[in-house]
Design a protein around this ligand. Structure first.
Ligand SMILES: Cc1cc2nc3c(=O)[nH]c(=O)nc-3n(C[C@H](O)[C@H](O)[C@H](O)COP(=O)(O)O)c2cc1C
Length: 205
């Protein structure tokens, strides 16, 4: 049993880091023997892909002749996901969507012919489904009755992970971090953790 724990904030005392760590602790209470793999995109960002990778992804013919080094990082990222029974992502909302470090990871993870099968009816995921818990910290409010800004993060991650086969997603937000005092943020974190849907994890036991 393996849990892949991903963080995206560059801040050590980040709200999304605290949230993702708390989600992992909850999962460990259900899956005490689980091992944790780390991919810290906040402290150790992936490079933006270079011309070799872009060239490999430019057509099916180019991909079939791509050198192993062109897809090496993509292969590493994909294998980390394949090895995980569950995934926990802690991420800030940046400009209504995911931070660029998470986008760079997604650009390595989504690869036609490896994680995405193109069909006449659209893209079909090639990975088996597994639960993904996404702890989101936002300075303002993007979900619920008091939302006052667009939310491209939730639909984007749902579409991106969904198209490779990861469809069991749960978004666990802590919102308004710019306005709440530390006690209220802790209360918001506990409230969102109480919503954590155990059913997908129960299936893993
Ligand atoms: C570049 C940047 C863009 C941001 N854009 C948004 C935004 O669109 N909406 C929002 O609610 N907060 C936004 N914020 C605030 C962060 O979401 C907020 O500070 C959050 O708590 C950061 O996560 P962390 O505490 O895990 O570092 C932005 C912060 C930065 C640095």
């Amino acid at each position: 049993m393996n849990i892949l724990h991903i963080d995206c904030s560059p801040r050590p005392d980040s709200h999304s880091r605290q949230l993702s760590a708390a989600i992992v602790q909850r999962l460990l209470s259900l899956l005490p023997d689980a091992e944790i793999s780390r991919r810290d995109l906040g402290f150790d960002p992936l490079p933006h892909h270079g011309s070799d990778y872009a060239a490999a992804l430019s057509s099916a013919a180019a991909m079939s002749t791509a050198s192993p080094t062109a897809i090496e990082l993509s292969e590493t990222v994909i294998r980390e996901v394949e090895a995980a029974n569950a995934i926990v992502i802690g991420t800030p909302m940046n400009n209504f969507t995911v931070p660029s470090v998470l986008k760079a990871w997604i650009d390595e993870l989504l690869r036609v012919g490896r994680t995405i099968l193109p069909t006449p009816d659209g893209k079909v995921g090639m990975l088996s489904d597994r639960p993904v818990f996404i702890g989101v910290a936002s300075g303002g409010v993007f979900a619920g009755e008091r939302a006052n800004q667009p939310d491209f993060l939730t639909p984007y991650l749902s579409a991106a992970l969904g198209c490779i086969g990861l469809k069991t997603l749960q978004f666990l937000p802590v919102q308004a971090t710019a306005f709440l005092d530390p006690k209220s943020i802790e209360a918001a974190r506990q409230a969102t953790l109480a919503d954590l849907d155990h059913s997908a994890v129960d299936l893993l036991r």
